[in-house]
Design a protein around this ligand. Structure first.
Ligand code: SIN
Length: 276
């Protein structure tokens, strides 16, 4: 198995691995801990059950409340954009499940059908973004907490969206999660500090006025979008990418109109952000 870093700071590509092999799991897990985003190439003949078995080696599966499940495999969420659709799932910068009390550890996305060009996924290292802040800003952020919610993303407000009307997203009545998390967390596995707010699910910073909260969040979001903290995954059908939700943001690039992109996603349970 070869592990090849994607950038100077985030992500690695793994070649020559087979996710079905239990003996290579520890090496894959170490690469995940070291690089936060792992692209495992050429897993072309695996089945949904292989995908589930691989995910379960990391921990229990967190069944998504809102994504359309894959038929016969409720643990797997469908991530799909059809040629005639205009919206992609996950177009905004986000961290999966940050609205949960114990946010998901990671997500494992398997590419089944990809467009001939485009449809990449971008990631940001929240550890690198935190470390690049000034000392006074780090001190200020270290004591703050922020609210995260599922309501405005998956609730009744999106009833008219293409995602809801096409059935890609559903169960709006389950969008009831509101949770307070520290703005800066220590990664439960590595102990590395990282920013833990994101543009999709974070609604406000506790204790600040709305104006102050908006300004601070906008500053952090602009800061995190510097390409120095990023890596980009270009997909081939059969690739599997695993990312750490406590260490990264991600964003699906919606630049492939007229083509189908079909992926299966499994999310793995996390632990309290204070430590596993
Ligand atoms: C997601 O946000 O989980 C989907 C990412 C992607 O489709 O690239």
């Amino acid at each position: 198995m070869q592990i090849i870093p994607l950038t100077g700071g985030l992500g690695a590509e793994i070649q020559g691995a087979d996710i079905r092999s239990t003996s290579s799991f520890q090496q894959i897990f170490e690469a995940f801990k070291d690089h936060s985003v792992i692209v495992i190439r050429n897993q072309t003949d695996i089945t949904p059950d292989d995908h589930i078995a691989f995910a379960q080696r990391f921990g229990p599966i967190n069944v998504n409340r809102f994504f359309k499940p894959v038929e016969g495999h409720p643990q797997i969420a469908t991530v799909l954009k059809e040629p005639d659709q205009t919206e992609a799932v996950g177009e905004g910068w986000h961290t999966d499940h940050s609205y949960d009390d114990e946010p998901a550890m990671g997500s494992i996305l398997r590419a089944i059908e990809v467009p001939p060009i485009g449809g990449d996924t971008l990631f940001v290292s929240m550890g690198m973004a935190y470390e690049a802040l000034s000392t006074p800003m780090k001190r200020f952020l270290d004591g703050l907490s922020a609210w995260h919610s599922s309501r405005h993303v998956f609730g009744a407000e999106i009833a008219e969206s293409e995602a809801a009307t096409s059935g890609r997203l559903g169960n709006a009545q389950n969008a009831t999660q509101d949770v307070l998390h520290p703005v800066v967390i220590r990664h439960p596995l590595s102990g590395r500090k990282g920013i833990y707010v994101n543009p999709v699910f974070t609604t406000r910073i506790e204790g600040l006025t709305q104006t102050e909260s908006d300004a601070l969040l906008q500053m952090l979001y602009a800061h995190c979008q510097q390409p120095e903290f990023h890596c980009r995954v270009r997909w081939n059908a059969g690739d599997i990418t695993l990312w750490d939700n406590r260490a990264t943001w991600h964003k699906a690039i919606n630049d492939y109109h007229g083509y189908r992109r079909y992926m299966h996603r499994i999310t793995v349970e996390g632990c309290p952000l204070q430590g596993c």
